[in-house]
Design a protein around this ligand. Structure first.
Ligand code: ZN
Ligand code: ZN
Length: 191
């Protein structure tokens, strides 16, 4: 969204309120990307807040709510999640020295600028909002706090009922690695 701040910058208004939704598909992202298992539907990001003149300094203040789809970390079912946060930025009316947050490999250094720059009276905060989302999203989600996950043997969802798998005891993956190392050792002694 392009927010028109010309009234604020000329002193004719002391604040500009905004309330809009957007879709990350339509934002030019320089660096931050959303995790691959996260999908934000159209208009899934809502931004409400204002740009204010605070003792001669312009500030952007917003509350951001995100509705997104992701997978349950245990049973892999698709689930809807929500996440919201507040953000604040100083607004610069003239471009400051460019800070480069992308290395030679095109990777973002994960540093957020604390400023937004006005361009021809307009402020475009959406890329910065997505940076905040990509840093703040919870690292994983569960369909329910006690989701029993999948059967390690047949892969069926345990919440769907008894899959009938029994007998074999769960082998800790660490021991499975040890076991294969021992086997390799025996073979190389023989060879
Ligand atoms: Zn689950
Ligand atoms: Zn099973």
């Amino acid at each position: 969204m392009k927010l028109d701040l010309s009234e604020l910058m000329s002193g004719r208004a002391s604040s500009i309120r905004f309330d809009y939704t957007f879709d990350p598909e339509h934002v030019d992202l320089e660096c931050a990307a959303l995790p691959s298992d996260v999908t934000i539907p159209e208009n899934g990001i809502r931004v409400t807040g204002d740009a204010v003149d605070s003792l001669g300094f312009l500030k952007f203040r917003a509350h951001v709510s995100v509705a997104y789809l992701t997978q349950c970390a245990r049973c892999l079912d698709e689930i809807k999640e929500e996440f919201d946060f507040d953000m604040e930025r100083m607004i610069l009316t003239a471009p400051a020295e460019e800070k480069n947050h992308v290395n030679a490999d095109g990777e973002w250094d994960g540093v957020l600028d604390d400023t937004l720059t006005v361009n021809e009276g307009r402020l475009i905060p959406d890329a910065d909002i997505i940076e905040e989302i990509s840093l703040g999203l919870p690292p994983f989600a569960l369909c329910s706090p006690d989701c029993p996950g999948l059967c390690p043997k047949c892969g069926k969802r345990r919440a769907d009922g008894d899959c009938g798998c029994r007998d074999e005891k769960f082998v800790n993956p660490k021991f499975a690695v040890l076991k294969s190392l021992l086997k390799d050792g025996e073979e190389s002694e023989r060879g």
